[in-house]
Design a protein around this ligand. Structure first.
Ligand code: MG
Ligand code: MG
Length: 254
């Protein structure tokens, strides 16, 4: 079942999104060679709690074998794609890091992510980051009345594959609202004209995950971190978006 949000609820989700955007901006500003992902996590947690909100990811369990997620952000370095656990590992010049974070505020969740270069990186690495972010905006642009989720999925996939990269299949965009995962699932690949019709009040987290090599991924022994199967680089961008009569409203912008 797809849960439609009232205009009042969308205002609350926008507030959650603004808090998240500020937290992510502070994390981005703190990314530099030598900083640890645990330090970045502390930056995010402080920003969220000082705004009167809560970190959504803290304590999440996806399946019974996992320990509850122990942090505010996920921090995934280089060939790591998503769900990396922050720790003492320091970022190095030339790395890329993907930061994902959720905020719960007044009972509503916002979910967003970005990938950023640590200092100078190879031109092809910068291109991967750019194409992934662009593919998110290609998808957002399709979040209009009259379109279906398949139109969004197709636009993302087309943009990614046009640039010679692969779309991850195992993880998808998703509805977001009072919980972090609602219907519908919105894969980053698909067929235009298929899937649920977009209606005003639908709120969806779109999150293209893009691999430089093959699409395959694997879960590391910590049971959380997802990495590319071939060890090549990958990138991840995410925004939470409301479908409105006036077009897509990006909830997780500053
Ligand atoms: Mg996320
Ligand atoms: Mg998400």
């Amino acid at each position: 079942m797809i849960i439609i949000k009232s205009p009042t609820e969308i205002v609350l989700m926008r507030q959650a999104g603004a808090i998240l955007a500020e937290a992510l901006a502070r994390v981005r500003a703190a990314v530099r060679p030598g900083v640890s992902t645990a330090e970045l996590d502390a930056v995010a947690e402080e920003a969220i709690r000082s705004a009167g909100a809560n970190p959504t990811f803290l304590g999440v369990i996806q399946h019974p074998r996992q320990m509850p997620f122990p942090a505010t952000i996920t921090a995934s370095i280089n060939e790591e794609l998503v769900h990396g656990i922050p720790g003492s590992r320091g970022l190095r010049e030339g790395d890329i890091v993907s930061i994902d974070c959720g905020v719960t505020y007044q009972g509503f969740v916002a979910d967003a992510a970005f990938t950023v270069a640590v200092g100078a990186v190879a031109e092809e690495t910068q291109r991967l980051i750019h194409v992934t972010e662009q593919s998110l905006w290609e998808g957002i642009e399709k979040m209009r009345l009259g379109n279906r989720t398949g139109d969004v999925s197709f636009a993302i996939q087309r943009h990614v594959e046009k640039h010679g990269y692969s779309v991850v299949r195992e993880y998808t965009g998703h509805g977001v609202g009072r919980t972090m995962w609602e219907q519908p699932q919105v894969p980053n690949y698909g067929v235009a004209g298929r899937g649920p019709l977009l209606r005003p009040g639908m709120t969806i987290a779109l999150e293209p995950m893009v691999n430089m090599g093959t699409a395959a991924t694997k879960v590391l022994p910590d049971q959380w971190t997802v990495a590319t199967a071939d060890g090549k680089l990958c990138a991840h961008f995410e925004h939470s978006i409301a479908v409105t009569k006036n077009g897509p409203l990006v909830l997780t912008l500053p």
